[in-house]
Design a protein around this ligand. Structure first.
Ligand SMILES: [Zn+2]
Length: 331
């Protein structure tokens, strides 16, 4: 599908270097690690005080694992209750205007995202209900297989599945396009990825995937995939997980944080600065020790400056490219 490019979202201006992060599993971590969002913790990666210190404007709050209806409903309830608790200083982001308001209010934006939609029905009733509750983004699969398609397995010994997206999966993308929900291709198998590119008529994102040419993990994107995403005006959120950054795909926590910027450099060199941002995977993966947690965004922005990115390009990477996608996909 050919998508007309309109790169600058007119009229949107946020403070310099504010961060929109394409993926955090903080919802899962809060329960696992028995901590509360509004209190600073040494555990995990994300809470309110640390996110503010990292100059974060908004994050995609992933419901994981979205492998069936039970987990999706449980996660939705948890997210809504988190936002309802005023101490958490969160705003559920439903439209672009919300982000512009948050930027001056000192609050943090939560973008309702589901990582895999196992248990969604083929008539899309659940999709429509969750949209009304604030759902603005979803990944079709986690690393599993469901009614809509096949995900990429983490096990390199599992042969790549050739099924790709089902007829229901293709229909689902059209429905999401019409409704104004972002479709996320991170975690799709390669065949499902290309099917998604073929059928969409809105930009797609890979919310938390890095570059396969630098780190040959199946969850990462080949150069052709990155070009295809740029061709439809989508974007890639670079994943901070050690295994997605390293050539040997190991979880070694001594991985230098500069590797994250190497992946950003790679996308920029390939397709320019309009198609890349951050998709940390904080609270869902092991990140370099030097990044530590969400406060590590300060370090990453400094590294972009050190590598002579212009302020305009830094802003695109920090938030501008996501803002463009929101403007183009949400209503
Ligand atoms: Zn993930």
């Amino acid at each position: 599908m050919k998508i007309e490019k309109q790169l600058l979202a007119p009229g949107i201006k946020l403070k310099d270097k504010m961060i929109i992060d394409g993926h955090t599993d903080v919802l899962f971590a809060l329960t696992q690690q028995r901590r509360v969002f509004y209190e600073r913790s040494e555990k995990g990666h994300v809470d309110l005080p640390r996110a503010k210190e990292g100059n974060v404007l908004a994050m995609f709050f992933a419901i994981w694992p979205g492998i069936n209806q039970y987990y999706i409903l449980k996660g939705t309830r948890q997210l809504l209750e988190l936002v309802e608790n005023k101490k958490n200083n969160l705003v559920l982001v439903k439209k672009v205007d919300d982000l512009e308001k948050i930027a001056t209010s000192g609050k943090l934006g939560a973008i309702f995202h589901i990582e895999g939609i196992g248990g969604f029905d083929s008539e899309f009733h659940l999709l429509h209900v969750l949209y009304r509750l604030g759902l603005r983004s979803f990944g079709i699969t986690w690393s599993d297989e469901n009614l809509f398609g096949t995900g990429s397995s983490f096990d390199p010994n599992t042969p790549e599945d050739t099924r790709g997206l089902t007829a229901e999966g293709k229909e689902l993308i059209h429905e999401a396009n019409k409704l104004g929900v972002i479709v996320d291709v991170s975690h799709l198998s390669d065949k499902s990825f290309w099917d998604a590119i073929d059928v969409t008529n809105k930009p797609l994102i890979a919310s938390h995937s890095s570059c396969r040419v630098l780190s040959p993990h199946v969850r990462n994107l080949t150069d052709d995939m990155i070009k295809a995403i740029a061709d439809i005006n989508g974007m890639v959120g670079i994943n901070f997980g050690n295994m997605f950054l390293r050539e040997d795909c190991s979880r070694d926590a001594k991985t230098p944080f500069t590797k994250i910027i190497d992946h950003i450099d790679h996308v920029v060199n390939l397709v320019g600065p309009d198609y890349v941002g951050f998709g940390s995977d904080f609270d869902g993966t092991l990140v370099p020790d030097s990044v530590k947690d969400v406060t590590g965004f300060n370090l990453l922005v400094k590294e972009l400056e050190k590598r002579d990115y212009s302020l305009e390009d830094i802003n695109k990477i920090c938030h501008g490219n996501f803002m463009r996608i929101f403007k183009e996909v949400w209503k």
